[in-house]
Design a protein around this ligand. Structure first.
Ligand code: AMP
Ligand code: ZN
Length: 484
């Protein structure tokens, strides 16, 4: 079966045909690093992770990029308020973003370019736009004239007929009803604003320019897939198309546009400005585990709204436990857990198994993902297989070889889900306890980062009382062991 994606540009599900399957080019709008990511943001990053893992499982080789927006109106405002340079202000928030990704088992992509390191690329796009007649100067700033771009509005399907000629916007974000020329390069207004001295004048880039420039910088061409949250469709992505296709009219900018729906709270979009948000740390403080959070955020299809409620997290935890319990039984029964070198044994399964016996469930799982990343459907196959495993183990109908093959099936599932455990010491302990330990370790890392060493020490002691010894390295705690 081909890979199918719902392409926002055409409003249809289409067969995915990358220009070069040995290097699929994917760009995702990344975080603005001025605060903690909330779980709505994290949902959109987990969607990118599911996209990546599913395409990899289908055999594509990827060259993926997620930008870090480390300069925009909000960042400048906050840096000034905190008496910091933009670099000092954004550095810890960028680090936290990567910690969140690591905690949620997000597979890192190949490139994470920073906006502030791509100024040169932005300037050259503005020059191209001036050359091609799309940009004009007004009061020291440079704007994009959307009337000059014939296809303006085609991506987000907005009606541009009421558009006011020559009306402009300096702000990075605005509403759909307010279609106007947008700023490419902003003239510096006050001395304390971060600015670059360039041949366009002293100033800074507008947000929409950043992504077009970073795509050019990394790929030097158009791309196969562009992703982002649905809130970015207008004006951000519409403006990106106008920018890139205006500057490079001979190329197709993006083949497939994918947009992830919002995470809602009480039917409203979760957002920092509304104050109705949870961060990962908030949920850990409430006693929820990272695996349950990951599972919950990925288990709803990316094109459906996810109405978040704390009460769903225990359900996610139970769902993982159901899968893990069957897998742990299987690992024990197949002899992997009695092997003194479990890790080596697990690696061997990957090589030797042909998984003919379970090809049906594997095909079902893969085809659900190929059908526009239908993870809920893929999960149905996982739970069917959990039932099949439990009943085969109860009735002792599987040979040792079949059990080993079945372990491999779970490995395939987990190459996308990333919530299961295959090796000791984890599988030797109840999943509950493992999750609690990992939650405490994450809290301790957070406390250490905030220099709350008393809290960090208290957590270490609490773990010791449970018989857990932490192995700290200079990069933080990387492992732990349980005393017999
Ligand atoms: P930001 O850090 O604000 O630039 O946003 C990063 C990503 O999170 C963007 O792709 C947004 O579209 C996405 N996003 C923001 N709020 C939500 C939400 N409530 N649900 C899902 N995605 C969101
Ligand atoms: Zn973007």
């Amino acid at each position: 079966m081909d890979f199918l994606f719902y392409n926002t540009k055409t409003g249809k599900k289409e067969v995915f045909k990358p220009k070069d399957p040995s290097e699929v080019k994917i760009y995702s709008c990344g975080p603005t690093v001025y605060n903690f990511a909330h779980i709505g943001n994290l949902r959109s990053f987990l969607f990118v992770d599911i996209l990546r893992r599913s395409l990899k499982l289908a055999g594509f080789q990827l060259n993926q990029t997620m930008n870090i927006t480390d300069i925009d109106d909000k960042i400048i405002r906050e840096a000034i308020a905190n008496h910091m340079s933009v670099e000092e202000f954004t550095k810890p928030w960028t680090e936290r973003f990567f910690e969140d990704l690591k905690s949620l088992h997000v597979d890192l992509v190949e490139n994470y370019p920073r906006a502030t390191e791509s100024i040169h690329d932005m300037i050259s796009i503005v020059h191209k736009l001036i050359e091609n007649g799309f940009a004009y100067e007004k009061d020291g700033s440079i704007y994009y004239s959307i009337q000059k771009f014939e296809n303006y509005g085609k991506l987000s399907h907005i009606d541009v007929s009421g558009m006011k000629s020559g009306a402009r916007y300096d702000a990075d974000e605005y509403e759909k009803e307010d279609v106007r020329d947008f700023v490419l390069w902003k003239n510096r207004k006050t001395e304390d604003e971060k600015a670059w001295e360039t041949d366009l004048g002293i100033g800074r880039p507008g947000w929409h320019l950043e992504c077009s420039a970073m795509i050019r910088k990394v790929y030097d061409s158009g791309i196969d897939i562009h992703t982002g949250g649905i809130d970015l469709l207008f004006p951000h992505h519409e403006n990106e198309v106008a920018l890139s296709e205006g500057a490079f009219p001979e190329e197709q900018f993006v083949g497939t546009w994918l947009h992830c729906e919002h995470l809602l709270v009480d039917s409203e979009k979760m957002s920092k400005s509304k104050g109705n948000f949870y961060t990962l740390r908030d949920l850990l403080d409430l006693g929820h585990s990272l695996d349950a959070i990951r599972f919950h955020l990925i288990s709803v299809h990316y094109r459906s709204k996810l109405n978040f409620s704390l009460k769903h997290l225990p359900e996610s935890k139970q769902a993982i436990e159901r899968i893990q319990t069957a897998l742990t039984r299987l690992l024990k029964d197949s002899g992997y857990l009695t092997d003194s070198e479990v890790k080596r044994a697990i690696l061997e399964i990957k090589k030797e198994v042909t998984y003919q016996s379970f090809s049906k469930v594997i095909v079902e799982f893969e085809e659900a993902l190929k059908d526009d990343l239908n993870l809920p459907k893929a999960l149905a196959s996982v739970f069917d297989f959990v039932r099949e495993t439990n009943s085969a183990l109860d009735q002792e109908t599987w040979s040792i070889d079949l059990k080993k093959e079945a372990v491999r099936v779970f490995q395939i599932f987990d190459s996308v889900l990333a919530v299961l455990r295959f090796t000791e010491p984890d599988v030797g302990l109840p999943t509950d306890l493992v999750q609690e330990i990992e939650m405490l370790i994450a809290k301790r890392a957070e406390a250490k980062k905030n220099k709350q060493y008393d809290i960090a020490d208290k957590i270490r002691k609490e773990l010791l009382e449970k018989g857990i010894t932490l192995l700290d390295t200079k990069d933080g705690t990387t492992s732990w062991k349980k005393s017999p």
